[in-house]
Design a protein around this ligand. Sequence first.
Ligand SMILES: O=C(NNC1=NCCC1)c1ccc(Br)cc1
Length: 331
Amino acid sequence: DTGSAAAIPVNPNYDIAYVTPVSIGTPPQTLHLDFDTGSSDLWVFSSHLPASQIRGQTIYVPANSSTAKLLADHTWSITYGDGSASRGNVYVDNFTVGGLTVENQAVQCALQVSTSFTRESNIDGLVGLGFSTLNTVVPKSQLTFFDNAKPHMDEPVFTADLKWKSEGTYDFGFIDEKKYTGKITYVPVNTSPGYWTFTSSGYAVGSGNFSATSIVGIADTGTSLVYLPPSILTAYYRQVEGATSSRTYGGYVFPCNSKLPSFTFGIGEARITIPSSYISYAPVTAGSSTCFGGLQSSSSLGINIWGDVALKAAFVVFHGGNPPTIGWAKK
Ligand SMILES: O=C(NNC1=NCCC1)c1ccc(Br)cc1
């Protein structure tokens, strides 16, 4: 089996997150979900939510699906790295992404979502593509869509081709050679943290010298920005006129008309360059001439995160073999 589906920016101006259309149940209910390699719960806005917590999202109504079955006495509760959260109960149902169907996929129905989910009207839920060890369902944890689909896939892989301010693709079960240039460089993944954790070989700021240094981090499609050690950020933002780390805005900001260098990171001997346009992320508030940087500090996180700002500069292969590996290519 294989599948291919669009990754659509939720906001036309800034790549806050990407959603992908999926079909759930019989007859199919179409929702737009945030595919997230940084978590492992598949949850949806549902008919169990109070109306006050729904603001334009499409809900899944298990009662309207002839193939939905309640997973009795199972619940879930998750908190994300940005403090957002949700919790609820669990059904199993048919789940289809871009033509690839998994029967009896655990579909976690929200009974409660935090305000940041309510405010994001274009996200109807998440599809966790991290390792199933992170799944929060109790008393029996559930498998991700990828883990359920893997045995039926032509190849045990999914790929992310996210794009800057435009529609990209998630492919399942195959690697589309048309989506990248040159070769794919694969590096080992440490699955113990439950994320797609790998080691980058170093970095360069703009046209500067490459600094060979191991950077342990996660590839996280569910996080918008890139979070790196303070030493790397100092090296980057010292090249940006008027840049400063702002307590008010909680990170590095700079005048929106400042000239930004690109940022290159190493994958083994390979190099991925994030164009400067991806790093001038967004005005701190609508219409402001102060912009928030796409590179921020990981010092409060305890782990480095290669979020969408980095991922959209590459074609990324999440290879779920034994052992799993992650591949990066230019495009
Ligand atoms: O939550 C995480 N990624 N996904 C999402 N963020 C917001 C909604 C979905 C996340 C994962 C690991 C680390 Br370390 C920090 C953050």
